[in-house]
Design a binder for this molecule. Sequence first.
Ligand SMILES: *Cc1c(COP(=O)(O)O)cnc(C)c1O
Length: 427
Amino acid sequence: MLYLYLIILLNKNIRMDLINNRYYIGSIDALDIVNEFGSPVYIYNVEKIISQYNKMKNAFNVPKLKINYAGKALTNLSILKVFNKLGSGFDAVSIQEVKLALDAGFRPEDILYTPNSVSIKEIEKAISYGVKINIDNIEILEYFGTFHNSVPICIRINPHILAGGNSNISVGHIDSKFGISIHQIPLVKRLVETLKININGIHMHTGSDILDIDVFMQAADILFNIAMEFPNLNYIDFGSGFKVKYKPDDYETDIELFGSEMSAKFNEFTKIYGKELILMFEPGKFMVSEAGFFLVKVNAIKQTTSTVFASIDSGFNHLIRPMFYNSYHNIINVSNPTGRPKIYTVVGYICETDTFGWNRKINEIHTGDILGFYNAGAYGFMMSSNYNSRYKPAEVMIYNGEAKLIRKREVYDDILRNQIIVDIDIA
Ligand SMILES: *Cc1c(COP(=O)(O)O)cnc(C)c1O
């Protein structure tokens, strides 16, 4: 037991740990989790979340740093409470996420609400909650100036950065719907001065999976230039886009290198600006992606003329990223870690193309085996649906050697909820 514990400590929750031919998540046998909570099931290793949070926090050396967890990656209240206890702030993209954060115990001033394409009514609601508001539209800026010019606001800048050949990082480009263009800053300034709007933060978020930290550095130069135009700032928020590993030999954002380069640059800037500012980030994926695993059961093995399919008790209704973004999730056979590796295409039960992974080398799979998906913490459960009238899976949280259910698996009543049965007479 001690031996096992030591290995787990050494391996500290990097992946599922393989010990004596059993897979463990945070020192709990993965098969025991399925036996207790059923399949399919999402599992979150809180120790990994804590280590990611601390890794990021420790990477920076600035007088004031604030990490706002981007809740949209995973908003289960039990997970939000972990972030609140860690001292994290919260980045919300909808009023419902604002409410969830408040329910989890975040103080309104630790919540940054970054809406896009929402109604004035929703923004009014956010004002009434007293959260920080991030505006990415000139029209709404004018509205603030007219009706709420005492409420401090942050403006989301679109820096028009498009870095080499990766379409994933292009939400900051010229045709993007996000942000206020840097070319509109003269107009923003005119409005701010005329309507006496209180701009206390500037923000950018250029997209996801940014590999090249030079992209951030380049964006930092742009944001610092803009910051000089606004003398009352309290914070500068560089958004997110930190990349995590999906495969063992994958690249991930070098957060230590980024932290040291960015800190130096930021400290230099605040000297020029003449005031201490808060350096902010809002990571989602970086915080929770690798902490999450999705366990499923194999319903059937089907050999066709060209392919061996492993069909599982789930589909893109539970994990849409492979079909939606062409994302890669490593898939392992939890039940048979020593089986001879064979090539499988892993598919779901949805009645249209529903493939989780093509031509994957996985230890020999038998009907009834449990498969495990990696990187299931971010945008996994959150993007699940009831398509094909299936139930959403359960969610389980692991901390300190204990597995706790944090969301029940749905049942038939959940499918019926809110339906109003109107039984018309057809003439
Ligand atoms: C989605 C989003 C994030 C988080 O992005 P990740 O890639 O998950 O880190 C941060 N800020 C805003 C405004 C977002 O829309």
